[in-house]
Structures are given as structure tokens and as C-alpha cells.
Design a protein around this ligand. Sequence first.
Ligand SMILES: Cc1cc2nc3c(=O)[nH]c(=O)nc-3n(C[C@H](O)[C@H](O)[C@H](O)COP(=O)(O)OP(=O)(O)OC[C@H]3O[C@@H](n4cnc5c(N)ncnc54)[C@H](O)[C@@H]3O)c2cc1C
Ligand code: FES
Length: 223
Amino acid sequence: MLSRGRHSVLANEPVGPYRLLRVERGRAEPGIPGQFFMLEAPGRVLPRPMSLCLAPPGELDFLFEPVGRGTRALAALEAGDELAILGPLGNGFRLDVDRPLLVGGGIGMAPLPYLSEKLGGPPAVLGFRTAHHAEAAALLPGSEVAVEPGLVTELLPAGHDVLACGPERMLQAVGALFPGAQLAWEAPMACGYGACYGCAVDLDGTYKRLCVEGPVLEAAACS
Ligand SMILES: Cc1cc2nc3c(=O)[nH]c(=O)nc-3n(C[C@H](O)[C@H](O)[C@H](O)COP(=O)(O)OP(=O)(O)OC[C@H]3O[C@@H](n4cnc5c(N)ncnc54)[C@H](O)[C@@H]3O)c2cc1C
Ligand code: FES
């Protein structure tokens, strides 16, 4: 069920160049892997969408990359600070798959640890820009890792139900190889619940609001 409220920060830890923001769960539900939450740090910063990375008892954990104003405000949070959270939002991954293979690119690995937990630890392949970024693979033990110039798409075995999250070019390449893949897309979001059309993208000749129809879409629906 959707909830909106203020939550205490338990910790905000570095993971390579990323940060793992651990937040007290309160009455919020973690939702389905691939769903997201709007996180609003104090100050004049609009909320930013973040996938749930892990859901240990009593916590909601988010992995993020400080890249701009919103994520830098999240990076500045310390244990004991509060932030506003709205979620879970959007459509997550379908879990009724026979031979799952998780595929993540860079910070796109964020939803995969929670997804892996729900699917019983399927094989996973992750791609990163540098060895420093690849330190985040520790959140998904046993995953196979490609560091550039190696590419994640070079490591994908056939015959799997692919569930992927990462940069657009990676998702397009994965979708071309696996038309049945489930792909989690990103777009800038203002409201997160269908009201502003700020996240509308033209993926298959028709516009979709990624916060409502997505962020997870079947690859065949995006070509
Ligand atoms: C459904 C959904 C789930 C998401 N989950 C996560 C998540 O779990 N972890 C996470 O870190 N991010 C996630 N994002 C992306 C995250 O919301 C953006 O990184 C964030 O909105 C950027 O906000 P900002 O204010 O820091 O940067 P902005 O000020 O908006 O942008 C600053 C600069 O960074 C660039 N930029 C923006 N986003 C990214 C990015 N993702 N990577 C690299 N450069 C970027 C911009 O092009 C711009 O040049 C998700 C997005 C969506 C739509
Ligand atoms: S973010 Fe407002 S409609 Fe999707």
C-alpha cells in the first residue's frame, strides 16, 4: 500500500563511489522489486525517484550515485536526520519467471539485490565503468562482473528470463538480444504518480508515463 511520511536516517554509507542510504521503515511497505520511492531531502530540493535496493527488517535501503543537486542533498544526510518518502510507486518486475537472470549496469544495479532476494538468488551479471564502481557488486554476492572495456552484454548466456536495469543503451542492447526481457527504464520525474506527464517517453510509438506504466516494461513493448 502507498504511504507518505517522514522517516529517520539510520546510516548513509559509501559503497565505492555510490552511497547506501539506510532508512527506518516505519509503516511503509517495501513493495515489489523494481518499484520506486520518491525521496525528498530537507531544503529546497524536489523529491527524486529511487529504487528500493534492500529491505532488511525495519529498514528501507537505497543505493544511489551522487550526480546532481537532488542526489547530493541525499548524500549529505546523516544518521538521525529525517527525509520524506512516498511509495512504493510504479510497476515492478514480474516474479513468475522460470529461469531468471539479473542484469545490471552501473547504478542500475540498485533494484537487483532486493529482486535477487525475492527470486531466491538467481545468477546475476553486472557491468561497471571502473573497478571502484564495481565495489557495489558486493551487494549482490556471486554476481559475475564486467568492467569496461568489457561489456555486460558479452556475458549473457542464452535461455534465460532476463530482468534488467541500467543505462538506456544497455537496456536497448539487452532488449535486442532477449525480446522477452523485463527492462526497468529511467526518466526524470516530478510527481512520481501520473499527474505531471514529466516522465512520458516514446518507447514504441506511443507515449508512456514511466512512473505509472513503468518503470519496468517488457522489451517487446519498447521497440
Ligand atoms: C524509477 C527510477 C528509479 C531510480 N532509481 C535510482 C536509484 O536507485 N539510484 C540512483 O542513483 N538513481 C536512481 N534513479 C535516477 C535518480 O532519480 C537520478 O539520479 C536523480 O534524479 C538525479 O537527480 P539529481 O538532482 O542528483 O541530478 P540532476 O541535477 O537532475 O542531474 C545532474 C546531472 O547528472 C545527470 N544525471 C541524472 N541522472 C543521472 C544518473 N542516473 N546517472 C548519471 N548521471 C545522471 C544529469 O544528466 C545531469 O547532467 C532512478 C530514476 C528513476 C526514474
Ligand atoms: S512523474 Fe509525473 S507523470 Fe510521471
